[in-house]
Design a protein around this ligand. Sequence first.
Ligand code: B12
Ligand code: SF4
Length: 505
Amino acid sequence: MADPVKRRPTTPRPPRVLLVDPYIARLDPMERKFVELYPSLGLLQLGAYLRDERVEVQFADLTFERDVTGLRRRIRSFAPDLVGVHTKSLTMLRALRIASLARAAGAVSVAGGPDAASRPDAYLAGGYDLVAFGEGEATLLDLARCVVRDEPIAGRPGTIVTGTGGPIRGPARPFLRDLDELPLPAWDLVDMSRYLAHWHRRTGERRAAVLTSRGCPFDCSWCSKPTFGRSFRQQSPDRVLRELRALQNLYDVDYVRFCDDVFGIHRAWIEELLDRMIDQRLGIQFECLARVDLLKPDLLKRMREAGLARVYVGVESGSQKMLDLMNRGTRLEQIERAATALRREGIRQFWFLMLGYPGESLEDIESTLALFRRFSPEEYSVSLAVPLPGTRFFELVRDRLRSVPKPAARSGGRRLLYEAPYPQAFYRWQQARFELEAILAKARGRISNELLGEIAELADRIDRGIARPLLARPRSSTPPPHGAGSVRFRLPSIPLPRRPFRPAR
Ligand code: B12
Ligand code: SF4
């Protein structure tokens, strides 16, 4: 392909960039039930960075849209030089459609974000002029300038274009050295009031998302980390507090989701942040995703004092063998310690569990269920292992991948995507067992323990006497029926120690 930039006339004006988040909440089967809506932090950060460099930026946020009709109009009216689209596997098909809208309007289209970086060929073949990989700020600015100056893009750092002899991949761009230098996210580019109203309706809180770091040094075998790899950088506690205060002042935010891959990797850093939050009586509640090895009881106490209300915990499996196979780097004792401390502190716990990872036996599934029974987390998600391109898990099962009909690409990994140890129907039954277990836990105190025990035992008997003989047979080559692959569940009423959040002092 000719260099896409060659199509553009030379122009002295500032570049115009339209950032697009192709995610449409109402079309996401998971989000319809469990909506976690926040504007894309990556794009908000890119928008702020470009604007500081005198690029004209708009953001087409499809989150609350029905389809791409409004986007088509937006492209026509703004006439961007560059249309930059954020990609996740869930939104790939729509992202490809947007490339054709950009092309029709004569704009250069660039796909960035985790999915395009993991499988650039698919985006280039699907109509994108180029794919950006790695950290986006400097790359997108460079591209915008190249486009208006009519300079060639092929070979620029952080980009991939299609050349006559195959893809031309520029060198990787070094990461930004100091995250504190990034401007605050450009919240004004999206309609924050819609997000805040959404949260207020759902929870009574005004929620926003915040990132304090980029990357993760751990190495779980199923984790896709195409952008930051195993690198890890974090903002100073000062910078984080500045962002929190800005959200409070501008949008009256009272609850924050820290979106870091893993929150509080360095003990000294998190202690300093927590101390400041407590000292300054910030009064913002928060939730975060954490690893059980980092959630030490004394730290959790401090986190609760600073406003921690809920933690997403990557438990994944109740079998040490499986944790080791996943290269998770955590131990069952750490799960038990963290779950106990969370319960003691009255902090809600949302467990991520995974079924169907290669090597998982019936006994391993049973151990996971037993752990789940023991701790009854308030919320959980049991999903089927999804081999994401670019991961070791993907390479491991590459020859066992199942061809997925197109609409499934939109289903957000809700079905078995590879020939797992057992057929999908068996995993669906196992998911139902977790669901039953959660219902029984919820009913504790309202129904006699004897009856609850009998129901649980009946389910175990069905498992051993019917489900296993019928469903846990060696895989056949016939594809199992389509259907849900992930169950997320919320337990509203497990009694927790009553410790309402109050800023210290
Ligand atoms: C926080 C988070 C969420 C939050 C999103 C909050 C928000 N709105 O930002 C929530 C919980 C809502 C979420 C949901 C989902 N997530 Co998520 N999420 C993350 C997480 C942990 C951090 C994302 C983030 O903010 N990163 C920091 C920013 C700065 O980085 P970034 O977004 O990658 O953007 C940078 C570059 O990629 C690049 N860039 C990004 N876009 C573009 C566009 C252009 C044009 C250019 C040039 C550059 C560029 O520049 C940015 C700045 O440097 C990542 C893991 C990770 N580390 O990326 C997973 C991750 C992105 N999520 C993932 C998935 C699968 C999902 C879901 C599909 C899960 C599901 N089945 O429900 C949904 C999708 C819903 C949606 N809205 O699209 C996967 C994506 C894998 C893939 N190949 O698609 C990831 C990588 C996790 C993983 N390892 O599997 N997620
Ligand atoms: S799953 Fe979490 S802890 Fe493991 S590598 Fe990915 S981001 Fe890091």
